[in-house]
Design a protein around this ligand. Structure first.
Ligand SMILES: *Cc1c(COP(=O)(O)O)cnc(C)c1O
Length: 380
């Protein structure tokens, strides 16, 4: 969408965060799903690949295809697995792939699908029946407590039975996902999930000694690298988020540097006299003479309509006042010297007093992951 606000992606900070995470000594499979959490799929992948990263986790198979088309090599895992739509069901959208189309795309581009249910396991086996032994890379997803995608641990022996009659399938990865690794008060559940995962992996490892285990997300990698498996999958921390922000483990993510900055220019600066109201609904009324800066970003850009936020402007913090509109937001700049049209107001980041994603998230009543995903739709 064309508008006056922009995001700036600090790839230097991405590299800094990568170095920090690699200091755990483990190889990593960075999670770059959802357009790299809004940071730009290809720019992030190319930057990581330049540092010899050769495992990537995306969401849909089509995201993996985009990586291949851009020349990214190595393992590309599609965390959403195959589309669940049978080829003969009426298609809700012509751009939504069927399961068979996703399978063909994954085979063509050598994308490793996350196999999490019987339907996809069976269909993939059928469609690749004539392929050579161990020629089709797959990842097996086990649900250890997230209760989202995945086979139950007790089904793993049955999965092994199915693999025994589909020798073309090569389980490269055994994957599970943690629900509360970022919450120091729930360590017991994290350890429970890790135990279940290790036990479930035993049978698979017996038949497929090369299989690699992938359990840890950012929080697990920072707090419990020993539980994270052979190939941890950090996302959030790579983009500079501290999963332990505001908890007693805060220090673990202290060196991470934010990768996304979002700014919009001031469009106009004008006085607001005591008693005058501002904006839609007249929700804000000046109780003293004020100065207002109108900034070119609004809810159409993903800047939420929720009140309480601040922006970083000319090295100071300015509070949002009145209702956020579709493409404009007003700031109280009364106590700031010299604000001019064209000055960049930082919604995220800033030269000094930078706005952190965690802060914006708390003003908006959400988590910082949602902040970068939303604002990541803004033009770079
Ligand atoms: C998003 C995601 C991750 C990454 O989690 P972070 O908290 O961003 O590190 C890892 N694994 C799976 C399955 C995911 O969906």
């Amino acid at each position: 969408m064309n508008s006056l606000c922009r995001t700036r992606i600090r790839l230097d900070n991405l590299l800094h965060n990568l170095d920090l995470l690699l200091s755990s000594g483990k190889p990593l499979m960075p999670v770059i799903k959802a357009d790299a959490y809004g940071h730009g799929l290809l720019a992030v992948a190319v930057t990581l690949a330049s540092q010899d990263i050769d495992h990537f986790a995306v969401g849909a198979v089509s995201e993996g295809v985009e990586l291949r088309r851009a020349g990214i090599r190595g393992t590309v895992l599609a965390l959403l697995g195959f589309s669940p739509l049978a080829a003969d069901t009426p298609n809700l959208s012509p751009t939504l792939p069927s399961m068979d189309e996703d399978i063909r795309a994954a085979l063509t581009h050598e994308i490793t699908p996350l196999i999490h249910d019987w339907a996809t396991l069976e269909r993939l086996s059928e469609l690749t029946r004539d392929w050579q032994k161990h020629s089709v890379s797959i990842a097996i997803k086990c649900d250890t407590g997230m209760a989202r995608l995945g086979f139950s641990p007790k089904d793993i022996p049955l999965v092994l039975d199915k693999l025994a009659v589909a020798p073309q399938l090569r389980p490269d990865l055994f994957v599970s996902h943690l629900a509360v690794a970022d919450d120091p008060d729930q360590d017991a559940f994290t350890h429970e999930q890790a135990d279940i995962f290790r036990d479930a992996a035993r049978g698979l490892r017996h038949f497929f000694p090369e299989i690699r285990l992938s359990l840890g997300n950012s929080a697990c990698l920072l707090a419990f690298p020993e539980l994270a498996g052979d190939l941890p999958r950090p996302g959030f921390a790579l983009y500079g988020g501290n999963p332990f922000y505001g908890t007693r483990r805060d220090v673990l993510g202290i060196g991470l540097a934010p990768v996304m900055e979002v700014f919009a220019p001031v469009l106009e600066v004008h006085p607001l006299r005591a008693g005058q109201s501002l904006g839609y609904g007249r929700t804000f009324v000046a109780d003293h003479d004020m100065t207002v800066a109108v900034v070119g970003i609004g809810y159409a850009d993903g800047y939420r309509r929720t009140s309480g936020a601040q922006m970083s402007l000319n090295g100071m913090r300015a509070p949002v006042i009145g209702r956020v509109a579709m493409q404009m937001t007003c700031l109280d700049v009364t106590d700031m010297p010299e604000v001019h049209p064209g000055d960049p107001a930082y919604v995220l980041g800033g030269e000094s007093r930078p706005v952190r994603a965690d802060e914006l998230a708390s003003w908006w009543g959400t988590i910082p992951y949602e902040v970068t995903c939303l604002l990541g739709h803004i033009q770079r």
